[in-house]
Design a protein around this ligand. Structure first.
Ligand code: GDP
Ligand code: CA
Length: 312
C-alpha cells in the first residue's frame, strides 16, 4: 500500500484485520510518505510514519485523531519557555521519546528505513512500514513571496495561505528506500490508500523510480478515493488539490492519477456509493470503477473497505 498518515493508517488497520482473518500468511508492506518530515529542536519528526505506527499499535489518540493516547506536553512547555521550536507545533512527551530514538539512530549513521525497522519492532504492527526514501526530501509550499515547509503551511496556517504549488526539495537525487521497489515488483496487489493525492501519494510518486516500478508490476493497482461527495472527509486536502488545479471530486482525483493503460497509476478506483454517478466517466478513462461505502468509521468498516478493494 502507498500511504500517507491518518487516512492511510485507518485503511491499513482495516486491511490488516481483513488479511488476518482471510489471508493468513500474507505480508502487508506500507510505502509511506516522508515529505512531511523535518528537523525541529534537533529532532527528526516523521508525522506519517508515526501516525501509522501509533494507529496500528492501538496507541493513537482516537478523540483528537493524531498523536499518542494519554499524552502530556511538559517538554513542549519547556521548549516554549526557552524560545525554541515552533510554538504552534506541540509535541507530546511520549511522542518526543519516539523522535529522540529516531534522531539518535539517524545520527549513528543508520538510514531512515533501518531506523524505522528498529522503532516499529517494539510494537506488534502486523504491517512492515517502509519510508518512500531514505533521503531527506521535504515538501515545501510555494506562496506569494516565498516558500514554507509543508508543516508550517498545514499546521500554522491551516492551509489557508493560497498555495501556488508544491516542491519536493532534493527529490532529483533521491532514490527509493531499500524494499520499496521489491515490494512493488513482488506484490499480489498494490493498493493506493485514500490519502492526500498531492502531498502524500504525490510525494511518493515523485521519488525517481517509483512510478516506473508501478507501471511495470504484474500486480493490479487499486486506489480508494479520499474524496466523498465532493468533500475531503477529514482535514484540508482540498486546498492541496486546488493548488494543482484538480477539482475536489472522486472522479477528478481518478483522472489526475490516470489509467495505468494510458501511462498513469490506476487499474481500478473505488468511489463512495454517493459518487456512483461518476462511474461511467472513470470507466471511460480506462479505469475499472466500483461504488462501495468509503467512510472508515471504525476498524470494521475499514476492514470491509479493504475486502472491497481486494475484490475489485
Ligand atoms: P495525513 O498524512 O495525516 O494528512 O493523512 P493521509 O494523507 O493519509 O490522508 C488524508 C486524507 O484521508 C484526507 O484528506 C481524507 O480525504 C482522507 N480520509 C480520511 N478519512 C477517510 C475516510 O473515512 N474515508 C475515505 N475514503 N477517506 C478518508
Ligand atoms: Ca501527512
Amino acid at each position: 500500500m502507498l500511504s500517507g498518515g491518518v487516512g492511510g493508517a485507518r485503511f491499513l488497520r482495516g486491511l490488516r484485520e481483513h488479511v488476518r482473518s482471510n489471508l493468513p500468511g500474507s505480508q502487508i508492506n506500507a510505502i509511506v510518505n516522508t515529505g512531511d518530515d523535518m528537523w525541529l529542536t534537533g529532532l527528526r519528526i516523521a508525522p506519517d510514519l508515526d501516525s501509522i505506527m501509533y494507529t496500528l499499535a492501538g496507541e493513537n489518540d482516537e478523540t483528537r485523531g493524531w498523536g499518542r493516547v494519554g499524552e502530556t506536553e511538559r517538554v513542549s512547555g519547556e521548549l516554549r519557555a526557552y524560545g525554541v521550536g515552533w510554538p504552534w507545533f506541540t509535541l507530546g512527551d511520549l511522542d518526543i521519546g519516539t523522535h529522540i530514538t529516531r534522531s539518535h539512530l539517524l545520527r549513528e549513521g543508520q538510514p531512515l528505513s533501518a531506523v524505522t525497522d528498529h522503532i516499529t519492532a517494539r510494537w506488534d504492527l502486523g504491517v512492515r512500514l517502509v519510508p518512500a526514501t531514505d533521503q531527506e526530501v521535504e515538501t515545501h509550499v510555494l506562496v506569494e513571496g516565498g516558500e514554507l515547509h509543508f508543516q508550517e503551511w498545514w499546521t500554522r496556517h491551516r492551509a489557508s495561505l493560497p498555495a501556488l504549488g508544491f516542491v519536493q526539495r532534493g527529490v532529483e537525487t533521491a532514490t527509493p528506500a531499500p524494499g520499496v521497489l521489491e515490494a512493488i515488483a513482488e506484490a499480489d496487489v498494490v493498493l493506493v490508500a485514500p490519502s492526500n493525492p498531492v502531498v502524500s501519494i504525490g510525494t511518493i510518486l515523485g521519488i525517481p523510480g517509483i512510478r516506473a516500478a508501478l507501471a511495470a508490476t504484474s500486480a493490479r493497482v487499486v486506489g480508494v478515493s479520499p474524496i466523498i461527495a465532493g468533500s475531503v472527509v477529514r482535514g484540508m486536502a482540498d486546498a492541496c488539490l486546488a493548488a494543482i488545479g484538480v477539482e475536489t471530486s472522486a472522479e477528478a482525483v481518478a483522472l489526475h492519477y490516470g489509467a495505468r493503460s494510458a501511462g498513469g497509476l490506476l487499474d481500478a478506483w473505488l468511489v463512495d456509493n454517493a459518487d456512483a454517478a461518476a462511474l461511467p466517466t472513470i470507466e471511460a478513462a480506462g479505469i475499472t470503477a466500483c461504488a462501495v461505502p468509503l467512510w472508515m468509521r471504525d476498524p470494521g468498516t475499514s476492514a470491509r473497505l479493504a475486502a472491497d478493494a481486494l475484490a475489485v
